[in-house]
Design a protein around this ligand. Structure first.
Ligand SMILES: Cc1ncc(COP(=O)(O)O)c(C=O)c1O
Length: 439
């Protein structure tokens, strides 16, 4: 294999059968499409290259900056491609939550522009999702940018329609698999592959996997967030199911420890979701079936993410108090106060008001006298370092009141005397006409 450019090594990834002794399906052959073996490390190499290749000559002539809304794999691939062509790359995001990926992007020479707003919730100072807002801003700029536009560009899907999908068909001797399972971020890979497979056999069963509503799995969206994605068309899937971060990590551990596949969390999520889905067909199947799932990227970038959730895997004591292991009943039992009662409580007892939103949203508008501790940092501080004692009454506020309720439950479990959550969050407070101040 001899190449003139590393971009020629994008694609043609292996399709590897998972040992039936590992997945336990008796009538189904399950294959992993190893997109993690692309040269920049993920399934997004294909989309990044396909979205840029025909535009690079003009961009180089004009000295454009490549720009994309990405905090992960697309940014990584685009930064590498930009560097190869002497162009700057700017990543615009509101969810740069994986430190290793941020460091890698900086190493690749990327500029990172972090926007206000939470990944999961709208910024209350804005009625638009920040991604959508920036998307519009960039689309109207005349020159200076090569905007690859992964959430809307048909080229993203086409990379998989012409590459990933046909490769799967070729490696299965021209036959489409009965089932195809993929995690959904921009929906480019799942839509493109599904379209190629269904052109061969319209009966292919397509399952899309998203992160469970209260969970963060880097690279993919929750069902609510999916509706913001221009390429996502629910009609293209026979089903959409959720996997939790814990299930994704369990699946990942199976791939790593039993199959020699050094997959990241979404590869694990795809495996876990695939086996769960396929068990239903396995029981009633009389003839052999074939299924394919995508392993999007490798594990190394997610070590700190995994350590936070499973310290015991790294020979560290398990975390006694973590928002992830709260029972639903425990969360439901947390003290929640509506805006009117919160205002009276603040006036009478002066609880410490802790705003869990991002610093930009906080700076723009917040409850007077509140302090700002971003939710991820709050979770860290819970394990030694909260700037208030157990006797201090605390009112927690997040964008819409969900995360704050979990933390109120956790503080209560940890012995805090009076921890309450603001119902409806800062958005509810604003909608009730209660006063907000800015810095
Ligand atoms: C780790 C990871 N897994 C899965 C996906 C989903 O791929 P797609 O954007 O094609 O839906 C992405 C996309 O960024 C990703 O980074």
């Amino acid at each position: 294999m001899r190449y003139d450019s590393i971009t020629e090594a994008i694609g043609d990834t292996p399709l590897v059968r998972i040992d039936p002794a590992v997945h336990g399906l008796r009538n189904i052959d399950l294959y992993a499409k190893l997109e993690m073996l692309n040269p920049f490390g993920s399934v997004k190499d294909r989309a990044a290259w396909h979205m840029t290749r025909d535009r690079l000559a003009v961009a180089t002539e004009r000295g454009d900056t490549i720009v994309e809304l990405s905090s992960g794999n697309t940014a990584k691939a685009l930064a590498a491609i930009a560097g190869m062509h002497g162009l700057p790359f700017r990543s615009v995001t509101n969810r740069m939550r994986i430190p290793e990926i941020k460091d890698l992007l900086l190493l690749l020479g990327a500029e990172i522009e972090e926007l206000p707003g939470q990944a999961e919730c709208l910024d209350p100072t804005n009625t638009d999702d920040p991604l959508t807002r920036i998307h519009r801003m960039l689309s109207t700029a005349e020159t200076g940018y090569l905007h690859t536009d992964q959430y809307y560009s048909a080229l993203n899907t086409e990379a998989h329609l012409t590459g990933t999908g046909p490769e799967i068909l070729r490696d299965l001797d021209g036959r489409a698999p009965d089932h195809f399972i993929a995690c959904v971020g921009t929906a480019g890979s799942s839509t493109g592959v599904a379209t190629a497979l269904r052109e061969r056999d319209p009966g292919v069963d397509v399952l899309g996997l998203v992160a469970h509503k209260s969970d963060f799995i880097p690279g993919i969206r929750t069902i609510d967030e999916l509706h913001e994605v221009g390429l996502f068309d629910p009609a293209g899937y026979d089903g959409i199911e959720a996997v939790t971060a814990d299930e994704a990590i369990d699946g990942m551990l199976t791939l790593i420890r039993r199959c020699g596949l050094l997959a990241g969390p979404t590869g694990g999520g795809a495996y876990y979701g695939a086996v769960r889905h396929l068990r239903r067909f396995d029981a009633e199947s009389t003839e052999r079936r074939t299924a394919v799932f995508i392993v999007c990227d490798r594990v190394e970038s997610y070590l700190s993410y995994i350590r936070r959730r499973r310290p015991e895997l790294f020979n560290q004591p398990p975390r006694a108090n973590s928002a992830a292991d709260l029972a639903t009943a425990e969360v439901a039992a947390a003290t929640v106060v509506d805006v009117e009662r919160a205002r009276k409580w603040i006036a009478a007892e002066r609880p410490l008001v802790v705003d869990l939103r991002g610093p930009f949203a906080y700076a723009a508008l917040h409850i007077e006298g509140s302090i700002n501790i971003v939710d991820q940092l709050f979770e860290e501080l819970l394990h030694g370092g909260l700037p208030f004692g157990r006797q201090q009454p605390v009112l927690l506020a997040c964008p819409v009141g969900e995360q704050s309720q979990r933390y109120a439950a956790l503080l209560t479990r940890m012995g805090h005397r009076d921890a309450r959550s603001l119902a409806g969050g800062i958005i509810g407070w604003r909608d009730a006409g209660a006063p907000l101040v800015s810095d």
